[in-house]
Design a protein around this ligand. Structure first.
Ligand SMILES: [Zn+2]
Ligand SMILES: [Zn+2]
Length: 339
């Protein structure tokens, strides 16, 4: 009889039978270890949650009054002999890879990750393992990111130009992660930063969790157009094309997403400017991360799983596609739900 793998994929999520817990389950379970607070990974309805300290307030804001235990990076807990620990994933504030160890066998679930240090998330740390369950959202060579400083320079230049023309800069990025990353890199000598309510609520939850962010002003019913003019407005993908956004006229509309490398959805095509900025690893980042684990087996959960697993097999990995319900936060938000 062959040994049962330490982690397996079933209809609820990524399951560890020995420790009786799930990682980022997509259906309600008894015990859920959460890699990060994005809506496709942290879902409603689980009985108990385990996550990183820095995910605490944002999970409570998004999921309500849940039973939640939080731990630090590199801290571990034991469930029925299985050691569970969290390690920085560099994706957003509080994002973690989950390391699972039992009788000398080690698996790591990456969650979403990126290798570039964004200055607000604890930087990605490779974790050695036998089996690595990885995302591959941008697992195609066409997705090769430029250094972030170049992108931020482009954003600030664009804002400055709009400011001089008396236009408001409306910048779209998903509310948890991207919005804060952009904010921290904006040049506030140009003007003020206003926020859509969803983004301000997300900022507030993070601030409550001890994160410090640059100053922003929430747009309310009493905010006038004159007040906003020439300044920058951060808003989520779901605001694109809404009457709320139209009221900001005259404006220039910029969109920040890894998907801007190809432009696809209507909401993104409508943008005056695209900024290719992603919180996921690019093609090279994925390969570098996988190599750094020294793993033998790789399971790919979301993204270009078919072509990427084929490539990994060509270079000698035992690579598999896994069927999961993970998606991409920015695409979720494009569909309209706050998430
Ligand atoms: Zn994510
Ligand atoms: Zn994801």
């Amino acid at each position: 009889m062959s040994k049962k793998p330490l982690l397996e994929f079933n209809q609820f999520g990524i399951y560890c039978q020995q420790g009786d817990f799930y990682i980022d389950p997509w259906k309600p379970v008894n015990y859920a270890v959460i890699t990060h607070a994005h809506s496709d990974h942290a879902r409603w309805g689980n009985k108990h949650y385990l996550a990183h300290h820095l995910s605490k307030e944002i999970l409570k804001y998004r999921l309500g009054d849940i039973s939640l235990e939080t731990i630090a990076y590199n801290q571990s807990i034991i469930r029925n002999g299985v050691k569970i620990s969290l390690h920085p994933a560099g994706h957003i504030i509080g994002s973690a890879q989950v390391r699972v160890e039992y009788e000398g066998e080690v698996w790591v679930v990456s969650g979403d990750y990126k290798l570039e240090d964004d200055g607000i998330s604890t930087p990605f740390e490779p974790v050695k393992c036998h089996s690595f369950i990885s995302e591959c959202t941008f697992g195609m060579p066409v997705y090769t990111w430029k250094p972030q400083q170049e992108i931020f320079m482009g954003i600030n230049d664009w804002w400055h130009e709009n400011h001089q023309q008396g236009k408001t800069s409306v910048l779209v990025g998903y509310s948890l992660g991207k919005a804060q990353r952009i904010l921290q890199n904006l040049n506030l000598d140009i003007g003020k930063v206003y926020t859509h309510g969803v983004i301000q609520n997300t900022h507030d939850a993070l601030i409550k969790n001890g994160i410090s962010l640059k100053e922003t002003y929430k747009i309310t019913a009493s905010t006038t157009k004159e007040e906003i003019k020439g300044n920058l407005v951060l808003c989520p993908p779901s605001a694109v094309g809404t009457p709320w956004m139209k009221k900001l006229n005259p404006y220039s509309f910029g969109y920040c997403s890894g998907w801007m490398a190809i432009r696809g959805a209507k909401r993104r095509r409508a943008a005056d400017r695209g900024f290719v900025l992603s919180d996921h690893a690019d093609w090279h980042g994925l390969i570098q991360a996988i190599e750094a684990t020294s793993c033998e087996s790789v399971y790919l959960t979301h993204g270009y799983t078919a072509s990427f697993s084929r490539y990994l097999r060509e270079i000698g990995y035992d690579a598999h596609e896994a069927n999961t319900l993970y998606g991409d936060e920015s695409l979720e938000e494009e569909k309209g739900g706050e998430a």
